[in-house]
Design a protein around this ligand. Structure first.
Ligand code: FAD
Length: 477
């Protein structure tokens, strides 16, 4: 049996794991990354961020073509070749994963394919079809990610009940699709299927979809989705499912009333659970919380001094860029730098149509926590750029600290909001004031102007919208 010694072993090669491995190697460490799958990149690359965005791009093409008639531009009904579309999606994933593999090689990061299991706090056993290997390490970074939750009552062993993983394979375009869960994954994949031709019903147990965002921002998404989908039902619970021939029989509860409906397929998108089973964590001092996520401090340290955890498996917001940031923190702590995951702005983007993005504090959160804020809004009906492509269903919003005029939060709904939110992140991280944003010249005609005009609206002098002049901060009582 072969034993290999390394300084750092990274378990899992998703956006958290490969970022950690590359950064540690860039800092001169000897690194081995262990990944059980053939293709590197984790959920994000293989069955998350990237494939979903590829399909959403295809959906956007279809929608824009469909909606161009009033401009005097007419397209025929699209002909969808699912095999070709899947192959196109796979080609994107192959290219990206190939890039990661190449970058690992250039940095001398050793990639070991196999399943990792902790024997103790300094030994990882790696199982692969080729046999068993042992890796002894000084530090380990656990980045094994998460998987879709599948409540037992829905787990029929019937491929017509899908998680996001199967849904991204688009085996067929079901006539009737039920999406359970109105979070971002359900709404994004619902958009893809509805555009391809499915009649989509989304059910959500809470009283709204996309609950993390302010209601005035999620409203335009809900409004358009209501047109695109057959129905969005809130305060609705799926109690049970059963196979009914080639369909799925779904028992629902709406306002205490029971209902039964048939669907051709069901997408269950009700959350994610950490991949902690069968990792050998009991052989270490690593602890987990009540939901199974590994508990870490602000330095990404677990309760085992040799072991760090990052990304989805460490809980918090389950997003790729949060995993990558935690990777940097863990590596910096290992290499003796002062680093902590504290007061870091993690933007959220929902790639629906229109897109929805926010960062920093939301208005609802500020009200709930009793934080005194002022809110400035700029509707996209006043944006020349938005008008030029007929998408005025947008809103840019700043959450501002009245005394200092510092920007505490930014929220945007509208086409391309996901690209625009980066400016909000920089503004908050740099401690920018609304004045900084108002005085920075933004190019015309762009949607980025909605940010500077929103800041101008805060002072009451936005050119393309009228808002009441604000009393200077020192005269406000
Ligand atoms: P993962 O990406 O889950 O990677 C973990 C890796 O560890 C996997 O490759 C796995 O095979 C490997 N592994 C697990 N156990 C072992 C073991 N014992 N031994 C060896 N290897 C192991 N996030 C965004 O930021 N933007 C988006 O637009 C977005 N869209 C998404 C869409 C969908 C449909 C889904 C499901 C997720 C989406 N996410 C998005 C979330 C994002 O994919 C995750 O937050 C991200 O992948 C987490 O990265 P990670 O490195 O923690 O883990």
């Amino acid at each position: 049996m072969k034993t290999i010694k390394t300084e750092i072993v990274v378990l899992g090669a998703g956006p958290g794991g490969y970022t950690a491995a590359f950064y540690a190697a860039d800092k001169g460490k000897k690194v081995i990354v262990v990944e059980q799958e053939k293709r590197l990149g984790g959920v994000c690359l293989n069955r998350g961020c990237i494939p979903s965005k590829a399909y959403l791009h295809a959906a956007k093409l279809i929608t824009e073509a469909e909606e161009s008639g009033f401009r005097g531009i007419h397209f025929a009904k699209p002909r969808i070749e699912l095999d070709k579309m899947r192959a196109w999606k796979e080609s994107i994933l192959d290219r990206l994963a190939g890039g990661i593999t190449g970058l690992a090689a250039r940095r001398n990061v050793e990639v070991m394919h196999g399943r990792g299991y902790f024997e103790d706090s300094s030994t990882l056993r790696v199982e692969s079809p080729a046999g068993q290997q042992f890796v002894t390490f000084e530090q380990a970074i656990i980045a094994v990610g998460s998987k879709a939750a599948m409540p037992r009552a829905f787990d029929l062993g019937n491929p017509r009940v899908m998680t996001s993983t199967e849904a991204l394979e688009i085996e067929e375009i079901p006539k009737d699709l039920l999406v359970v869960g109105g979070g971002y994954i359900g709404m994004e994949l619902g958009t893809v299927y509805a555009t391809l031709g499915s009649s989509v019903v989304v059910v959500e147990a809470l009283d709204a979809i996309l609950t993390g965002a302010d209601a005035d921002l999620s409203r335009p998404v809900a409004r358009r989705a209501e047109k695109m989908f057959r129905e969005i039902r809130v305060k609705t619970k799926v109690v049970k499912m059963s196979t009914a021939g080639r369909q799925i029989n779904v028992n629902l509860e709406v306002d205490g009333q029971k209902k039964e409906e048939l669907y051709d397929r069901v997408l269950v998108s009700v959350g994610r659970v950490p991949n902690c089973a069968d990792l050998g964590l009991d052989n270490t001092r690593v602890k987990q919380d009540e939901k199974g996520f590994i508990t870490v401090d602000e330095h990404q340290r677990t309760d085992d001094p040799n072991i760090f955890a990052i990304g989805d498996v460490a809980g918090g917001v389950l997003l790729a860029h949060k995993a990558a940031k935690e990777a940097r923190v863990a590596v910096e702590v290992i290499t003796g730098e002062m680093s902590a995951f504290e007061d870091i702005i993690i933007p959220a983007v929902v790639f629906t149509d229109p897109e929805l993005a926010w960062c920093g504090i939301t208005e609802a959160e500020a009200r709930q926590k009793g934080v005194n804020v002022e809110v400035a809004k700029f509707p996209w009906t006043a944006s020349g750029r938005a008008l030029s492509f007929d998408r005025t269903d947008g809103l840019t919003k700043l959450i501002i600290e009245p005394e200092t005029e510092r920007i505490l939060g930014v929220g945007i709904v509208g086409a391309g909001a996901g690209e625009l939110i980066g400016e909000g992140v920089v503004a908050i991280e740099m401690g920018a004031t609304a004045k900084d944003l108002a005085e920075s010249v933004h190019p015309h005609p762009t949607l980025s102007e909605t940010l500077s005009e929103c800041a101008e609206a805060f002072y009451g002098y936005a050119t393309h919208t009228y808002s009441k002049k604000r009393a200077p901060a020192d005269s406000a009582q």
